[in-house]
Design a protein around this ligand. Sequence first.
Ligand SMILES: Cc1ncc(C[n+]2csc(CCOP(=O)(O)OP(=O)(O)O)c2C)c(N)n1
Length: 656
Amino acid sequence: MTELLRYPLLATINSPDDLKELDTEQLILLATELRGFLLESLDRTGGHLSSGLGTIELTIALHKIFNAPNDKIIWDVGHQAYPHKILTGRARQMSSIRIRKGLSGFPKRSESPYDAFGVGHSSTSISAALGMAIAAKEAGLTRKSIAVIGDGAMTAGMAFEALNHAGDLGADLLVILNDNDMSISPNVGGLSNYFAKVLSGKFYSTVKSNSKKVLSTMPSVWELACRAEEHMKGMIIPGTLFEELGFNYIGPIDGHDLPTLLTTLKNIKELPGPQFLHIVTQKGKGFEAAEKEPTQYHAATPGFYSNKENNNKEHSQTTSENTENATAQYQTPATLTYTQVFSEWIVDAAAKHPQLIAITPAMREGSGLVAFSEQFSDRYYDVGIAEQHSVTLAAGMACEGLKPVVAIYSTFLQRAYDQLIHDVALQNLPVLFAIDRGGIVGADGATHTGSFDLSFMRCIPNMTIMAPADENECYHMLDFGFSLNTPAAIRYPRGKGPGTTINKQQATYLESGKAELVLDNRQNDTFKEPVPTIAILSFGGLLNEALDAAQELKDAYHIKVINMRFIKPLDNTLIIQQARASDLLITLEDNAVLGGAGSAVNEVLISQTATCPVINLGLPDYFPEHGSQQEIHHDYGLDCSGLVKTIKEKFPLSGT
Ligand SMILES: Cc1ncc(C[n+]2csc(CCOP(=O)(O)OP(=O)(O)O)c2C)c(N)n1
């Protein structure tokens, strides 16, 4: 780890204990070094950047004042926790972050005792911290539980459910709101406006200018808050909302002013009961490009710092969840990602259908809605990090004749399962779900993998579920799903497809529940003696792997490759036909084998008493590690080489 040599003070920090020895001046120097190291380190690996740059001072202050891992520090989402990783003994491993077998991009309990709670999905921190606070109380321990949550994550209902409960219990808990006025893109909603009012009010400037003076002369920030409140009678009183929920609200304070942060946290540490500290930070702090464009640098590509040129390149495999597809409108058709296909489709469809409404739970860039939001701003709804609300909102719209499209990541749709069942499917409402990041997602790892959507959707009545094998099919499936008068889901993977050009003039023929035989190498009639007949039933984007495997084995096996297209309704007739005519069925999907599309095939075979050996290929019954999509698919035998191996193992070639 050569770059650590350039940061001599940081190089001495092997655990938070080493911080405890430093005085405030040294801690300020440490902040500068930490910022430099983070930039240099991510310049090599890529990864979440802007949020971590904004939490440098907070991280140092927390580890100076509190005693982790005994005190529990819980980072919401966890994308801002790289500085925490660096200060808790992992600086030398930063070169491996988000890379296979390297550090996770998020806090992970199995990685370090300092990672108090595993995260990746947002807005869980307050609930988890409250749980830990209750556990400490039950055990008679005096340790602290601290949740650090962004203003974006604070828009989720779950955060308020936890605040409501914590305030009521009077639990010993500190919630730190890291307010940078940004989610991945600018934050939305009434709460965001409320924070903006607090910050623009006279109160903030008064407190800001007086804070150091007051904090040094007064025993506790509690008194500061009380005095300021009295002072401000008749004006906006910051934190009223949180006070009403039972918290002692403190702030807002400047989250980059390390001495103030240290004094404030030291004072708060002595206060019992639910404490709420509001800090104001700048996303991307200290790196001018990120300060100006925090969304673009929410996650950065390797070379972003050393080689500015790289900033314009399309983001690579190591890029995080949000930015991969932000440049949709500038790509040529042959290089489109599935997200960009969706982006094109929704703009085209909106022009034709005035009732079309697009909804995103805070993922405008990642879901490919930038162009739509600019061209159809009156039909675009970013609801904040509120997946549950996004789905029921769509249901309400559909009741009244609108045609909502919910653009959502597979992993985040998990949050809205009841809404999908109870509010959409049960009422058979025409809501289209454009489900991105289905299957293995790569560097973001298990928290973001879309492993389960086919399993959890296919058991819901009234749903039509499709998975495209290429870009053109994706475009036309979206059209087909939108034309239905019932709930429909198109689920597509992260990244690029095989490179097919979208033919907008001629729609791909799609019939509900009909699969397509793509290849039958028997037609070549090259076999001199009887060979095993294998039908590969492929669901979604792995079709090309099956075609490649068929090509590789074309001289030794009779292989048919079927693009199943529909997970629901399934093409039962074709399945039975293939079972009767084959020596082996292989189902292939980028979804959990348990309960997935392959299981659906098994159910059909059992119900029709058709007997044929079946191998279900898909994601195994454990959570995947992070790594590139290719690496993980390879590990699970879902690529061409894995298929070839599976077939050869089942029917060994003579002489092998
Ligand atoms: C349930 C869920 N939905 C969406 C996301 C995607 N996501 C990751 S970070 C983020 C924005 C978080 O904003 P904020 O909490 O303000 O943190 P900041 O990056 O501004 O520090 C979003 C929407 C997620 N991680 N979890």
